[in-house]
Design a protein. Structure first.
Length: 367
Protein backbone atom coordinates (compact mmCIF):
# COMPACT_ATOMS: atom_id res chain seq x y z
CA UNK A 1 0.00 0.00 0.00
CA UNK A 2 3.04 2.23 0.02
CA UNK A 3 2.66 3.36 3.65
CA UNK A 4 5.85 3.72 5.68
CA UNK A 5 6.99 4.08 9.28
CA UNK A 6 10.15 6.14 9.73
CA UNK A 7 12.61 5.32 12.54
CA UNK A 8 13.96 8.56 14.03
CA UNK A 9 16.14 9.56 16.96
CA UNK A 10 19.37 11.28 17.91
CA UNK A 11 22.69 9.73 16.77
CA UNK A 12 23.87 6.62 18.65
CA UNK A 13 20.52 5.65 20.21
CA UNK A 14 20.41 2.28 18.40
CA UNK A 15 18.23 3.09 15.38
CA UNK A 16 20.32 1.29 12.78
CA UNK A 17 20.88 -1.70 15.08
CA UNK A 18 17.12 -1.97 15.46
CA UNK A 19 16.55 -1.53 11.73
CA UNK A 20 19.08 -4.25 10.94
CA UNK A 21 17.12 -6.61 13.20
CA UNK A 22 13.97 -5.79 11.26
CA UNK A 23 15.39 -6.07 7.79
CA UNK A 24 18.02 -7.77 5.67
CA UNK A 25 19.16 -4.29 4.57
CA UNK A 26 22.34 -3.63 6.52
CA UNK A 27 23.10 0.00 7.33
CA UNK A 28 26.70 0.94 8.03
CA UNK A 29 26.60 1.98 11.67
CA UNK A 30 29.37 3.62 13.68
CA UNK A 31 29.82 5.50 16.91
CA UNK A 32 29.50 9.02 15.52
CA UNK A 33 26.71 11.35 14.31
CA UNK A 34 25.32 11.02 10.76
CA UNK A 35 26.21 7.36 10.49
CA UNK A 36 23.26 6.94 8.14
CA UNK A 37 22.90 9.52 5.36
CA UNK A 38 20.50 8.02 2.82
CA UNK A 39 17.44 6.42 4.41
CA UNK A 40 17.36 2.61 4.20
CA UNK A 41 13.99 1.06 3.41
CA UNK A 42 13.10 -2.41 4.65
CA UNK A 43 10.02 -4.33 3.50
CA UNK A 44 9.24 -6.36 6.61
CA UNK A 45 7.02 -9.44 6.88
CA UNK A 46 4.24 -8.97 9.45
CA UNK A 47 3.98 -11.99 11.79
CA UNK A 48 0.40 -13.33 11.88
CA UNK A 49 -0.44 -16.61 13.61
CA UNK A 50 -3.75 -16.75 11.73
CA UNK A 51 -1.78 -17.49 8.53
CA UNK A 52 -0.10 -20.44 10.24
CA UNK A 53 -3.49 -21.82 11.29
CA UNK A 54 -4.95 -21.40 7.80
CA UNK A 55 -1.86 -23.07 6.31
CA UNK A 56 -2.25 -26.09 8.60
CA UNK A 57 -5.93 -26.43 7.63
CA UNK A 58 -5.86 -25.76 3.88
CA UNK A 59 -2.35 -26.99 2.95
CA UNK A 60 -2.01 -24.57 0.02
CA UNK A 61 0.80 -24.61 -2.53
CA UNK A 62 2.09 -21.34 -1.05
CA UNK A 63 1.47 -18.91 1.80
CA UNK A 64 2.01 -15.17 1.29
CA UNK A 65 2.16 -12.91 4.37
CA UNK A 66 1.53 -9.18 4.39
CA UNK A 67 4.32 -6.62 4.81
CA UNK A 68 5.07 -3.19 6.25
CA UNK A 69 7.75 -0.71 5.12
CA UNK A 70 10.19 0.64 7.70
CA UNK A 71 12.59 3.49 6.88
CA UNK A 72 15.80 4.08 8.83
CA UNK A 73 16.28 7.87 8.85
CA UNK A 74 19.61 9.40 9.82
CA UNK A 75 20.05 10.79 13.35
CA UNK A 76 18.76 14.31 13.88
CA UNK A 77 20.76 16.88 15.82
CA UNK A 78 19.88 20.09 17.61
CA UNK A 79 19.45 22.83 15.02
CA UNK A 80 18.22 20.47 12.28
CA UNK A 81 15.21 22.72 11.63
CA UNK A 82 17.67 25.48 10.69
CA UNK A 83 19.70 23.19 8.46
CA UNK A 84 22.33 22.13 11.01
CA UNK A 85 24.21 19.00 9.99
CA UNK A 86 22.12 17.41 7.25
CA UNK A 87 18.95 18.66 8.92
CA UNK A 88 16.92 19.69 5.88
CA UNK A 89 17.49 16.33 4.20
CA UNK A 90 16.56 14.41 7.36
CA UNK A 91 13.37 16.41 7.86
CA UNK A 92 12.39 15.88 4.23
CA UNK A 93 12.82 12.12 4.72
CA UNK A 94 10.55 12.21 7.77
CA UNK A 95 7.94 14.22 5.84
CA UNK A 96 7.68 11.39 3.30
CA UNK A 97 6.73 8.80 5.93
CA UNK A 98 3.23 8.17 7.33
CA UNK A 99 4.12 7.46 10.98
CA UNK A 100 7.10 7.82 13.28
CA UNK A 101 8.94 5.26 15.41
CA UNK A 102 10.97 7.39 17.84
CA UNK A 103 13.90 5.48 19.37
CA UNK A 104 15.17 6.71 22.74
CA UNK A 105 18.37 5.60 24.47
CA UNK A 106 17.47 4.13 27.85
CA UNK A 107 20.74 2.36 28.71
CA UNK A 108 24.15 3.25 30.16
CA UNK A 109 27.30 2.43 28.21
CA UNK A 110 30.50 4.45 28.58
CA UNK A 111 31.68 3.19 25.18
CA UNK A 112 28.76 4.86 23.39
CA UNK A 113 28.87 8.62 23.77
CA UNK A 114 25.80 10.82 23.84
CA UNK A 115 26.21 13.91 21.71
CA UNK A 116 28.27 16.51 23.58
CA UNK A 117 29.29 13.88 26.16
CA UNK A 118 26.21 14.62 28.30
CA UNK A 119 24.68 12.01 30.68
CA UNK A 120 22.00 9.67 29.34
CA UNK A 121 18.66 11.50 29.33
CA UNK A 122 15.93 10.05 27.06
CA UNK A 123 13.41 12.74 28.01
CA UNK A 124 15.83 15.51 26.98
CA UNK A 125 16.56 13.58 23.77
CA UNK A 126 12.84 13.41 23.04
CA UNK A 127 12.48 17.13 23.63
CA UNK A 128 15.32 17.90 21.18
CA UNK A 129 13.62 15.92 18.42
CA UNK A 130 10.18 17.34 19.27
CA UNK A 131 11.52 20.90 19.23
CA UNK A 132 13.20 20.50 15.84
CA UNK A 133 10.07 19.01 14.28
CA UNK A 134 7.85 21.63 15.92
CA UNK A 135 10.02 24.48 14.64
CA UNK A 136 9.86 23.11 11.11
CA UNK A 137 6.07 22.70 11.40
CA UNK A 138 5.73 26.25 12.73
CA UNK A 139 7.63 27.48 9.68
CA UNK A 140 5.21 25.56 7.42
CA UNK A 141 2.12 26.79 9.28
CA UNK A 142 3.17 30.45 9.31
CA UNK A 143 3.89 30.33 5.60
CA UNK A 144 0.45 28.88 4.88
CA UNK A 145 -1.30 31.36 7.19
CA UNK A 146 -0.08 34.34 5.17
CA UNK A 147 -1.38 32.75 1.95
CA UNK A 148 -4.61 31.54 3.51
CA UNK A 149 -5.49 34.95 4.98
CA UNK A 150 -5.49 36.51 1.51
CA UNK A 151 -7.70 33.71 0.14
CA UNK A 152 -10.11 33.99 3.08
CA UNK A 153 -10.46 37.75 2.59
CA UNK A 154 -11.09 37.40 -1.15
CA UNK A 155 -13.90 34.93 -0.49
CA UNK A 156 -13.04 32.96 -3.63
CA UNK A 157 -12.03 29.83 -1.74
CA UNK A 158 -14.84 28.47 0.49
CA UNK A 159 -12.45 26.28 2.50
CA UNK A 160 -9.84 29.00 3.10
CA UNK A 161 -11.54 30.38 6.22
CA UNK A 162 -11.92 26.87 7.70
CA UNK A 163 -8.29 26.05 6.97
CA UNK A 164 -7.17 29.35 8.45
CA UNK A 165 -8.91 28.47 11.71
CA UNK A 166 -7.09 25.11 11.77
CA UNK A 167 -3.76 26.77 11.00
CA UNK A 168 -4.16 29.27 13.82
CA UNK A 169 -4.89 26.45 16.27
CA UNK A 170 -1.79 24.60 15.06
CA UNK A 171 0.28 27.77 15.47
CA UNK A 172 -0.93 28.24 19.06
CA UNK A 173 -0.07 24.65 19.96
CA UNK A 174 3.36 24.70 18.30
CA UNK A 175 4.31 28.00 19.92
CA UNK A 176 3.41 26.44 23.27
CA UNK A 177 5.86 23.58 22.61
CA UNK A 178 3.13 21.06 21.78
CA UNK A 179 2.93 18.77 18.78
CA UNK A 180 0.37 19.34 16.03
CA UNK A 181 -1.25 15.98 16.82
CA UNK A 182 -2.37 17.46 20.17
CA UNK A 183 -4.87 19.67 18.29
CA UNK A 184 -8.23 17.92 18.08
CA UNK A 185 -9.74 18.08 14.60
CA UNK A 186 -13.03 17.01 13.09
CA UNK A 187 -12.95 14.66 10.09
CA UNK A 188 -13.49 17.53 7.59
CA UNK A 189 -10.73 19.54 9.31
CA UNK A 190 -8.36 16.56 9.09
CA UNK A 191 -8.92 16.43 5.33
CA UNK A 192 -8.16 20.15 5.05
CA UNK A 193 -4.98 19.75 7.11
CA UNK A 194 -3.73 16.64 5.31
CA UNK A 195 -1.89 18.52 2.55
CA UNK A 196 0.17 20.42 5.14
CA UNK A 197 2.16 17.21 5.81
CA UNK A 198 3.07 18.41 9.30
CA UNK A 199 5.81 16.37 10.93
CA UNK A 200 4.34 16.47 14.44
CA UNK A 201 0.86 15.53 13.23
CA UNK A 202 2.03 12.06 12.24
CA UNK A 203 1.15 9.24 14.67
CA UNK A 204 4.10 8.27 16.86
CA UNK A 205 5.33 5.30 18.87
CA UNK A 206 8.25 5.45 21.32
CA UNK A 207 10.80 2.62 21.48
CA UNK A 208 12.90 2.60 24.64
CA UNK A 209 16.20 0.91 23.78
CA UNK A 210 17.40 -0.76 26.99
CA UNK A 211 20.12 -3.17 28.16
CA UNK A 212 19.57 -6.93 28.59
CA UNK A 213 18.70 -6.68 32.28
CA UNK A 214 15.89 -4.18 31.57
CA UNK A 215 14.32 -5.99 28.59
CA UNK A 216 11.47 -7.48 30.64
CA UNK A 217 10.55 -4.79 33.18
CA UNK A 218 12.23 -1.63 31.89
CA UNK A 219 14.20 0.75 34.12
CA UNK A 220 14.18 4.25 35.58
CA UNK A 221 14.84 5.78 32.14
CA UNK A 222 11.76 4.01 30.73
CA UNK A 223 9.62 5.24 33.61
CA UNK A 224 10.79 8.80 32.93
CA UNK A 225 9.71 8.41 29.29
CA UNK A 226 6.31 7.06 30.38
CA UNK A 227 5.82 10.09 32.60
CA UNK A 228 6.90 12.52 29.88
CA UNK A 229 4.52 11.03 27.28
CA UNK A 230 1.43 10.60 29.47
CA UNK A 231 -0.77 12.97 27.50
CA UNK A 232 0.26 11.82 24.03
CA UNK A 233 -1.84 8.66 23.62
CA UNK A 234 1.28 6.98 22.19
CA UNK A 235 2.42 3.37 22.59
CA UNK A 236 5.72 2.72 24.36
CA UNK A 237 7.72 -0.42 23.57
CA UNK A 238 10.71 -1.61 25.61
CA UNK A 239 13.30 -3.34 23.42
CA UNK A 240 16.93 -4.35 23.94
CA UNK A 241 18.16 -3.66 20.38
CA UNK A 242 21.60 -5.25 20.81
CA UNK A 243 19.99 -8.38 22.26
CA UNK A 244 17.56 -8.47 19.34
CA UNK A 245 20.58 -8.28 17.01
CA UNK A 246 22.09 -11.31 18.78
CA UNK A 247 18.79 -13.20 18.46
CA UNK A 248 18.60 -12.39 14.75
CA UNK A 249 21.97 -14.08 14.21
CA UNK A 250 20.70 -17.44 15.51
CA UNK A 251 19.94 -20.04 12.85
CA UNK A 252 16.76 -21.76 14.01
CA UNK A 253 13.42 -20.82 15.55
CA UNK A 254 14.13 -23.18 18.46
CA UNK A 255 17.44 -21.45 19.24
CA UNK A 256 15.78 -18.05 19.17
CA UNK A 257 13.02 -19.22 21.52
CA UNK A 258 15.54 -20.66 23.98
CA UNK A 259 17.40 -17.33 23.98
CA UNK A 260 14.14 -15.46 24.65
CA UNK A 261 13.15 -17.87 27.42
CA UNK A 262 16.50 -17.35 29.12
CA UNK A 263 15.77 -13.62 29.17
CA UNK A 264 12.24 -14.17 30.49
CA UNK A 265 10.61 -12.97 27.27
CA UNK A 266 7.68 -14.68 25.55
CA UNK A 267 8.42 -13.24 22.12
CA UNK A 268 10.95 -11.07 20.36
CA UNK A 269 10.66 -7.32 20.81
CA UNK A 270 11.12 -6.99 17.05
CA UNK A 271 7.96 -9.04 16.46
CA UNK A 272 6.06 -6.71 18.79
CA UNK A 273 7.52 -3.70 16.99
CA UNK A 274 6.47 -4.93 13.54
CA UNK A 275 2.90 -5.55 14.69
CA UNK A 276 2.79 -2.19 16.46
CA UNK A 277 4.10 -0.41 13.35
CA UNK A 278 1.36 -2.08 11.29
CA UNK A 279 -1.26 -0.87 13.78
CA UNK A 280 0.31 2.60 13.98
CA UNK A 281 -0.32 2.97 10.25
CA UNK A 282 -3.97 1.92 10.87
CA UNK A 283 -3.53 -1.12 8.66
CA UNK A 284 -5.67 -4.26 8.80
CA UNK A 285 -5.55 -7.67 7.12
CA UNK A 286 -8.00 -9.72 5.09
CA UNK A 287 -7.31 -13.16 3.65
CA UNK A 288 -7.90 -15.04 0.42
CA UNK A 289 -7.90 -18.81 0.91
CA UNK A 290 -7.61 -21.58 -1.66
CA UNK A 291 -5.62 -24.72 -2.56
CA UNK A 292 -3.14 -22.73 -4.67
CA UNK A 293 -2.55 -19.90 -2.19
CA UNK A 294 -3.40 -18.61 1.26
CA UNK A 295 -2.59 -14.92 1.25
CA UNK A 296 -2.79 -11.98 3.64
CA UNK A 297 -3.71 -8.62 2.11
CA UNK A 298 -3.19 -5.21 3.68
CA UNK A 299 -5.97 -2.64 3.73
CA UNK A 300 -6.55 0.68 5.46
CA UNK A 301 -9.00 0.63 8.38
CA UNK A 302 -12.41 1.79 7.14
CA UNK A 303 -12.05 0.41 3.60
CA UNK A 304 -15.27 -0.78 1.98
CA UNK A 305 -15.45 -3.99 -0.04
CA UNK A 306 -14.67 -2.45 -3.48
CA UNK A 307 -11.58 -0.68 -2.07
CA UNK A 308 -10.37 -3.94 -0.54
CA UNK A 309 -10.93 -5.66 -3.88
CA UNK A 310 -8.78 -2.96 -5.48
CA UNK A 311 -5.89 -3.98 -3.23
CA UNK A 312 -5.74 -7.25 -5.19
CA UNK A 313 -6.23 -5.62 -8.61
CA UNK A 314 -7.68 -2.34 -9.84
CA UNK A 315 -10.00 -4.27 -12.19
CA UNK A 316 -11.58 -5.93 -9.13
CA UNK A 317 -12.58 -2.51 -7.80
CA UNK A 318 -13.73 -1.11 -11.15
CA UNK A 319 -15.94 -4.09 -11.93
CA UNK A 320 -16.96 -4.96 -8.36
CA UNK A 321 -20.22 -6.91 -8.12
CA UNK A 322 -20.16 -8.40 -4.63
CA UNK A 323 -17.93 -9.88 -1.93
CA UNK A 324 -18.37 -13.30 -0.37
CA UNK A 325 -17.21 -13.03 3.25
CA UNK A 326 -16.48 -15.62 5.90
CA UNK A 327 -15.39 -14.57 9.36
CA UNK A 328 -12.04 -16.06 10.38
CA UNK A 329 -13.39 -17.60 13.61
CA UNK A 330 -16.26 -19.26 11.69
CA UNK A 331 -13.83 -20.72 9.14
CA UNK A 332 -11.59 -22.13 11.88
CA UNK A 333 -14.53 -23.55 13.79
CA UNK A 334 -16.28 -25.16 10.80
CA UNK A 335 -13.15 -26.15 8.88
CA UNK A 336 -13.89 -25.21 5.27
CA UNK A 337 -15.68 -22.84 2.91
CA UNK A 338 -18.21 -25.54 2.06
CA UNK A 339 -19.06 -26.12 5.72
CA UNK A 340 -19.44 -22.36 6.24
CA UNK A 341 -21.85 -22.13 3.29
CA UNK A 342 -23.93 -25.01 4.62
CA UNK A 343 -24.08 -23.40 8.07
CA UNK A 344 -25.15 -20.05 6.63
CA UNK A 345 -21.87 -18.41 7.65
CA UNK A 346 -20.92 -17.10 4.21
CA UNK A 347 -22.18 -13.56 3.81
CA UNK A 348 -22.92 -11.87 0.47
CA UNK A 349 -21.88 -8.23 0.85
CA UNK A 350 -22.28 -5.22 -1.43
CA UNK A 351 -20.46 -1.96 -2.05
CA UNK A 352 -21.19 -0.49 1.39
CA UNK A 353 -19.73 -3.35 3.42
CA UNK A 354 -16.91 -2.15 5.69
CA UNK A 355 -14.20 -4.83 5.70
CA UNK A 356 -13.14 -6.16 9.10
CA UNK A 357 -9.73 -7.40 10.19
CA UNK A 358 -9.48 -11.16 9.60
CA UNK A 359 -12.24 -11.41 6.98
CA UNK A 360 -11.78 -14.25 4.50
CA UNK A 361 -12.97 -12.84 1.18
CA UNK A 362 -13.77 -13.80 -2.38
CA UNK A 363 -14.68 -11.09 -4.89
CA UNK A 364 -17.04 -11.28 -7.84
CA UNK A 365 -16.38 -8.71 -10.54
CA UNK A 366 -16.99 -7.99 -14.21
CA UNK A 367 -14.96 -5.75 -16.54
Amino acid sequence: MGLQCGIVGLPNVGKSTLFNCLSNAKAQSANFPFCTIEPNVGVITVPDKRLEVLDSMVHPAQVVPTTVEIVDIAGLVKGASKGEGLGNKFLANIRETDAIIHVLRCFDDSNIVREGGAPVDPVADKEIIDTELQLKDLETVESRISRCEKQAISGKDADAKKLLDVLLRFKEALEAGKNARSVELTEPEEKLAHDLFLLTQKPVMYVCNVDDASAVSGNAYVEAVREATKGEDAEILVIAAQTEADIAELETYEERQMFLNDLGLEESGVVKLIRSAYNLLKLKTFFTVGPKEVRAWTFKAGFKAPQAAGVIHTDFEKGFIRAEVIKYDDFIKLGSETACKEAGKLGIEGKDYVVEDGDIMHFRFNV
